[in-house]
Design a protein around this ligand. Structure first.
Ligand SMILES: [Fe+2]
Ligand SMILES: [Fe+2]
Length: 168
């Protein structure tokens, strides 16, 4: 029965497995950003905390987008385990540097799935992933802008740097 059901899905099965791994990555990002928000919140870095609370919600939305896509295509989406979330950071700058690393690794992962889609002619999923390709470019850019600001502000008090973190 499971085999029949799996034959009826419109996504390539290997692509579906990669999408399920992507679900886990988005949820991992969401949890990482929640931990970062907490770290900032505890230190009174309000704008940075809001930034990461917002990112955490967005990553969950990304996860749910893929989740719905798989199930709506007749596949099986899996609720991921989340482990290995760090809660200690050396500095606010390190928090943003790690966030950029996180985004870059997610971008690479999305690109791998797009490349796979092309290889197996899964154009429906490739089309679905275009939104993620654009989103990743925007998210990387917004964190790079913040890191540029850290470089420009140099040794300014943390509170002043925090006030320059974008509100939206
Ligand atoms: Fe994401
Ligand atoms: Fe992201």
């Amino acid at each position: 029965m499971e085999n029949i059901a799996r034959q009826q899905i419109s996504i390539n099965l290997e692509v579906m497995d990669m999408l399920n791994q992507q679900i886990a990555k988005e949820q991992h990002s969401s949890s990482v950003y929640l931990a970062m928000a907490s770290w900032c919140d505890q230190r009174g870095l309000e704008r940075s905390a809001s930034f990461f609370y917002r990112q955490s919600v967005e990553e969950r939305e990304h996860m749910m987008k893929i989740f719905a896509f798989i199930n709506n295509s007749g596949g099986s989406a899996y609720s991921p385990d989340v482990t290995n979330i760090a809660h200690e950071y050396a500095s606010l700058k390190e928090v943003f540097e790690l966030a950029l690393q996180q985004e870059i690794s997610v971008t690479q992962s999305i690109y791998k799935i797009v490349a796979k889609c092309r290889k197996v002619n899964d154009f429906g999923t490739e089309n679905f992933l275009q939104w993620f390709v654009e989103e990743q470019m925007e998210e990387e850019q917004s964190i790079r802008d913040i890191l540029d600001m850290f470089d420009l502000m140099g040794d300014a008090p943390l509170k002043l740097i925090d006030e320059r973190i974008p509100k939206e």
